[in-house]
Design a protein around this ligand. Structure first.
Ligand SMILES: C[S@@+](CC[C@H](N)C(=O)[O-])C[C@H]1O[C@@H](n2cnc3c(N)ncnc32)[C@H](O)[C@@H]1O
Length: 289
């Protein structure tokens, strides 16, 4: 596995990150065998989700949102659009895997563990692009998840296909599933779902712009903090349709923490995990503003 960022969290790290984060973050330590729910509720655990999830209590999550690495396999060269501007794709080290087998092993491992953490009537949302969502979908079905819908996020402001050799890719796919075909009484707030698409039918197509402008977390000198920060509106729709107030929403690869940020706004609880401290710093700042 070449997911190098996995190696960053060591047991020598301080337990809590800086004074200002103390209420929000928790650094995972090798020697910590198990987390009680009250230790992690409304917290971001800094660590490798594959290790941390093994220590979380079974069936604690009412809803899971997973936005995993895409394994885009971008060439290691500068991509420049006709206008001369540099194309900023996802070439982060967390998106690097040795090959498809490596990526599939990673996917299978986190999905298996998530399944253990899901409450009996919980649902899971997994988001991806054409690069990874088909592999993920197959693995989910193999593990016994039952897919309720694929919801298509249509981006109203997509990045154009600058070479003009393919369609401009303007969508991501969300797979929404229960952990077993037998699960029937999951939460689906259909009136809310209808309201997103004109009021008559709760159709599975959501048009939402990419996360830009003031919503986008920015670094003073290097531009955006995270290459794939998801829009608040996307998480708002997910959480409003598939949870009720007081539910616990779990995100094992939190990035800039959009899931917990929106969950908190909507009076839900959250548990998040993120391996990269820079992103966790950004989450802490986001939560305190
Ligand atoms: C697609 S991004 C998530 C973006 C997030 N939804 C947001 O709105 O900002 C995937 C994230 O997974 C994190 N990640 C990758 N492997 C991980 C692992 N093994 N454990 C925890 N986090 C991981 C990366 O650092 C990255 O921030």
């Amino acid at each position: 596995m070449l997911n190098k960022s996995l190696k960053r969290t060591s047991s020598s790290q301080k337990r809590l990150v800086r004074g200002t984060h103390e209420h929000l973050t928790w650094v995972d330590e090798e020697e910590k065998p198990f987390y009680e729910l009250n230790e992690i509720l409304n917290k971001v655990i800094i660590g490798d989700c594959l290790k941390v999830m093994k220590k979380l209590p079974a069936e604690f999550a009412d809803c899971v949102f997973v936005d995993p690495p895409y394994f885009l396999q971008l060439p290691q060269k500068r991509l420049v659009r006709w206008s001369g501007t540099l194309v900023t794709g996802v070439n982060d080290e967390w998106d690097v895997f040795k090959d498809f087998n490596d990526y599939d092993d990673f996917t299978r491992n986190y999905l298996q563990e998530i399944r253990r953490l899901m409450a009996p009537r919980a649902t899971i949302w997994v988001i991806g692009t054409y690069h990874n969502i088909h592999r993920i979908g197959k693995i989910m079905l193999d593990l016994g998840f039952w897919i309720l819908n694929d919801v298509i996020w249509v981006k109203s402001n997509p990045m154009p296909n600058f070479l003009g050799v393919r369609f401009t890719n303007a969508t991501e796919t969300l797979l929404w599933a229960v952990k077993d075909k037998k699960v029937k009484k999951y939460t689906f707030n259909k009136e809310v779902a209808r309201s997103f698409t004109g009021g008559k039918l709760a159709i599975n197509v959501w048009q939402i712009p990419l996360c830009r402008g003031r919503e986008r977390l920015k670094h003073k000198t290097t531009g955006k903090i995270h290459s794939t920060q998801k829009p608040v509106e996307l998480l708002r729709r997910i959480i409003l349709t598939s949870t009720v107030e007081g539910d616990i929403v779990f995100d094992p690869m939190a990035g800039t923490g959009t899931t917990g940020y929106v969950a908190r706004q909507l009076n839900r609880k959250f548990v998040m995990i993120e391996i990269n401290r820079t992103y966790v710093d950004a989450i802490a700042k986001r939560f305190s503003s």
